[in-house]
Design a binder for this molecule. Structure first.
Ligand SMILES: [Zn+2]
Length: 291
């Protein structure tokens, strides 16, 4: 019998005294037609040069084990992107993590590939029953705004506004909103607004070690590191998203900060190098034991 499935998508990385665990939700195969502010022929050329015949977007979540507490950053796509994604709960179980033991959910933003895993949509039950939900105050402010929803197209109304509301609603009496600052032991919220109005990165720091979990700074890493202005149709504000991406790139490239991202190929731990006006992501080599 030839194998047909991977052993679980779970990868641990130590950051000082903190352990961060990448949990794969799977991936999404799509076209480049959702890209904006980029010549699509050029984008196809960049993908091909990276030996990727089409757009494949990883979907990742991250656990943060810090000072006896356990957080998860984003929750994956629930049942929105089946069958290639939606595996956070399966991979948590295979990694020996009970969702009941997670005390905090940090959301980078309220898009279905990040927030749909919060709630069992058939029963309305919280999938992290003991967790506080923590996010930037602009997120619910925007996605619960009926005026903003009225201006959106039908797809965005259903997929972003309506769905986002349904995902976070069961947590409404246990939601903590922030604007910036330390939001979990060793974790600082770094607002990186534009992709959505409250899109936020999380900087994990312990001792001399740092990890920037940069959320949706990129969706197509091969194209957007080469052309940082390139954005996505579902960026709430394309120009602000591009400016935030550029700021994030400059910040992590200048200091060689380790990064992880929701759409950087699993397990995603990488560093970004500056090459003139462009950048290159370099994945960190896999290690099998860590301390
Ligand atoms: Zn996303």
């Amino acid at each position: 019998m030839q194998p047909t499935q991977q052993i679980p998508g779970v990868y641990h990385r130590k950051v000082g005294d903190i352990v961060v665990t990448a949990i794969s939700d799977g991936y999404l195969d799509g076209s480049l037609d959702v890209m904006r502010n980029v010549d699509l022929d050029e984008a196809h050329r960049l993908l091909k040069a990276a030996f990727r015949p089409a757009r494949r977007t990883s979907v990742n979540a991250f656990l943060i084990h810090s000072r006896g507490r356990l957080a998860i950053v984003d929750t994956g796509s629930g049942n929105y992107l089946l069958p290639t994604a939606g595996m956070v709960l399966r991979n948590l179980a295979l990694g020996g993590i009970d969702p009941k033991s997670i005390d905090t959910v940090l959301l980078t933003h309220m898009h279905p590939d990040h927030s749909a895993g919060l709630t069992d949509m058939s029963s309305g039950e919280r999938l992290y029953p003991n967790a506080e939900l923590v996010m930037h105050e602009n997120e619910p402010k925007h996605w619960f705004d009926d005026g903003a929803m009225a201006k959106a197209d039908e797809r965005a109304k259903r997929l972003y506004f309506q769905a986002g509301r349904e995902h976070v609603e069961p947590y409404k009496d246990r939601t903590r909103l922030f604007t910036q600052g330390e939001v979990f032991p060793g974790v600082t919220a770094i607002p990186s607004l534009g992709h959505t109005p409250g899109h936020t990165a999380y900087l994990v720091a312990s001792g001399n070690d740092q990890l920037m979990i940069w959320g949706d700074t990129v969706h197509v890493p091969e194209v957007q590191t080469a052309i940082p202005a390139a954005g996505m149709a579902f960026d709430t504000d394309l120009a602000a998203a591009a400016a935030a991406r550029k700021r994030m790139f400059d910040r992590v490239a200048a200091d060689g900060v380790l990064i992880a991202g929701m759409h950087v190929h699993f397990p995603s731990f990488s560093r970004l190098a500056r090459r003139g006006n462009a950048y290159e992501l370099h994945a960190e080599p896999w290690v099998h034991a860590f301390e």
